[in-house]
Design a binder for this molecule. Structure first.
Ligand code: MN
Ligand code: MN
Length: 426
């Protein structure tokens, strides 16, 4: 059987279009078939050959993704096999490495929260870090008090599952032109805590570690992509539950920099665990810039719909660079403003700020809240991926139902672009 897949008007196809077309081709084939994609690429587009090869191979691999860990063997449909031939071997290898990172992120986000506790998540990170050649340190127990990660400790108090904090480092073979810190929110299950979520909102809350999964997915790919960038990953992992030890509404958390947050809503836990970690990631001399990725606010879903992430940065050049990277990655990101006048909603009557104002515009307020926890002068961008980390609808493009792996490609494209522009930034 031969499939013809349309790419739109001649010359208009971008890398994202090639990626989607390959996925559509693979999806159109039934189970137990072998798909051969021969990359006899012609020169009728502006997209460089290597980028097209990467996009097609990624799209094909990603369309094959299934999460079968908890299905019995007899319930499994027979697999589809894809063989990609042609194109440059380097571009093919890069595509497969990237797809592997994305599939890892999807597996983690699809994992039931009972199976992927903070402890289990940290173990999994250690395993994949060792395989990928990343250095990895896991902190837990009294380390959290010693590192003064007060928000992480506070949020995890209501769970019988102890919190973990993981730091990963990718050290490039050649002298790094730039050091980047990636911070990922890793709430393995978000019940809302004492400010309990309505039951209808709980079924996707195992996905509240999608930011940490995306950062990890990008990190494991890095050693094989050969970018001259040192990357530190900072992953706070916790479960937000409402037991007798849980943080109360009205309690105050004292952060790493001595400032305080009044907890006015325990379901706004993400920004609280990220606060100290952003301070730690941006310590003087540690990094040239910080990018955080978090399934942070349901307001982001209201603002932009279910397929688009929100991008914030006070720096136009960095926002532009990340926005273009997302475009090449075929991931939908839209920049939102850090509206200074919204900061008034963070005011507290007892502490330096609240973590929830119960006002409209929570996506902006959450970003403003995070902005208070960066060492002054730090270049920073924030990705709120609460919407696109999970797809409740049927598959579309390279995106399956369930966990999407959103963010991995954008992070890798961002790092590629930073590597290319490092002298300008430094
Ligand atoms: Mn929450
Ligand atoms: Mn959350």
């Amino acid at each position: 059987m031969v499939l013809n897949v349309g790419l739109g008007p001649a010359g208009s196809a971008t890398a994202a279009v090639f990626r989607k077309a390959a996925a559509a081709a693979v999806r159109a084939v039934g189970p137990a078939r072998t798909v051969r994609l021969d990359l006899a690429l012609t020169e009728n587009t502006d997209v460089p050959v290597a980028d097209r090869v990467r996009a097609v191979a990624e799209g094909a691999r990603l369309a094959l993704y299934r999460y079968d860990t908890f299905r019995s063997a007899q319930a499994l449909p027979p697999p589809v096999e894809v063989r990609v031939t042609g194109g440059s071997p380097d571009a093919l290898a890069e595509a497969l490495v990237t797809a592997e990172g994305i599939c890892l992120a999807r597996d983690l986000v699809n994992s039931p929260a009972g199976a992927l506790t903070p402890t289990a998540f940290a173990h999994r990170i250690q395993t994949v870090a060792a395989e990928a050649g990343l250095s990895c340190v896991v902190y837990g127990g009294e380390d959290l008090a010693r590192l003064r990660l007060a928000g992480l400790a506070a949020v995890s108090r209501g769970s019988t599952e102890p919190a973990r904090y993981v730091e990963l480092t990718h050290e490039p073979a050649e002298a790094p032109a730039l050091t980047v810190a990636l911070v990922g929110k890793g709430v393995t299950f978000d019940s809302g805590g004492l400010s309990l979520k309505p039951s209808g909102e709980l079924h996707t809350m195992k996905a509240d570690m999608g930011g940490a999964a995306a950062v990890l997915g990008a990190l494991v790919a890095l050693p094989r992509l050969g970018l001259p960038i040192r990357v530190h990953a900072h992953l706070p992992l916790a479960e937000n539950m409402p037991d007798g030890g849980a943080i109360r509404v009205g309690d105050v958390v004292r952060h790493l920099n001595g400032t305080t947050t009044e907890i006015t809503h325990t379901d706004n836990e993400g920004r609280v665990i990220l606060a100290d970690v952003l301070l730690r990631a941006s310590r003087p001399g540690q990094t040239d810039l910080v990018l955080d990725v978090a399934t942070l606010t349901s307001a982001a879903v209201h603002a932009l719909g279910t397929r688009t992430g929100a991008l914030f940065s006070p720096d136009d050049a960095l926002a532009d660079l990340v926005g273009r990277a997302a475009e090449r990655a075929g991931e939908s990101l839209w920049r939102l403003p850090l509206l200074e006048h919204e900061r008034r909603h963070l005011r507290s009557t007892v502490a330096d700020r609240v973590n929830c104002s119960h006002r409209h515009g929570d996506t902006v307020q959450a970003a403003l809240y995070l902005s208070e926890f960066l060492t002054p002068g730090t270049l920073w961008a924030h990705l709120d991926i609460a919407a696109p980390a999970w797809n409740d609808e049927p598959p579309y493009g390279v995106v399956p139902h369930g966990a999407t792996g959103f963010g991995v490609r954008t992070l890798l494209e961002t790092l590629r672009a930073l590597a290319a522009s490092a002298p300008a930034l430094a």
